[in-house]
Design a protein around this ligand. Sequence first.
Ligand code: NAD
Length: 250
Amino acid sequence: MKLEGLVAIITGAGRNIGEDTAMLFAAEGAKVAVVDMDQVAGDRVAAQISAAGGVACGFVANVAIEADVQQLIQNIVAKWGRVDILINNAAITDNKTILDISKEEWDKVLAVTLTGPFLVAKYAAIQMVAQGWGGKIVNVASTSGFFGRPRAIAYTAAKGGVVNLTRSMAVQLGPHNIRVNCVVPNKIGSPVGKQEFDPSRPVLNLRGRTGVPADMAKALLFLVSDDSDFVVGNALFVDGGTSVILPGGA
Ligand SMILES: NC(=O)c1ccc[n+]([C@@H]2O[C@H](COP(=O)([O-])OP(=O)(O)OC[C@H]3O[C@@H](n4cnc5c(N)ncnc54)[C@H](O)[C@@H]3O)[C@@H](O)[C@H]2O)c1
């Protein structure tokens, strides 16, 4: 088992990518904090892990609210005594353009999708530094953080921020033996913010199939395990090769 004895926090773990990651990390021996603002969803995943013989607990927190995040880290440390791994996975999106998004809609997406990862990383890292032995943090970015899209103006801006937040965190936390990376998914399972898989969602990649949450969970496991010890500040594209295809051909 690759994560024996370690405590892992996964935000937005109540379904989809976060859920599969929580299940895999628990199967690898981690005690998993299943964090979600949807208590029913988080508790369901934690119960599923317990039923499979793993160790997990649901924690309710809104990652955009600083007091929630501070309390969350305190509660996890009170329960398990340490924090070794953070997966910043919770995010929301918009479906707007620069012409029709309101300031309120922009603020909401930025608060959850960019400020959320900043806040959880900040308080988790303070704990990791205090412990003295380091840790691993992986931010879940998106191909939307690298490319322009016809819609999702706030989400694409926030995810671009997540990518460079990752790099600066890697530089600033590296001296504390905290290794920081991000993963870059594209069209995994259901669209962000939706529960249901949409079979009509167009997918163009080099694998000839839709990405599934388990694809992300396995990449995230690599980035938090010692197998990736020399991988730092990286943006690992887990997109079936979508991003190397030039629209319209070469
Ligand atoms: N699904 C995709 O195709 C895709 C593609 C690229 C990137 N991503 C990224 O992967 C991550 C997970 O995506 P997903 O599709 O599994 O998301 P999802 O919408 O299915 O699940 C997100 C979870 O986060 C929780 N959440 C939302 N706001 C929260 C908040 N403020 N505080 C705490 N919890 C909150 C929700 O309750 C939900 O359980 C996101 O960062 C997303 O941007 C996903």
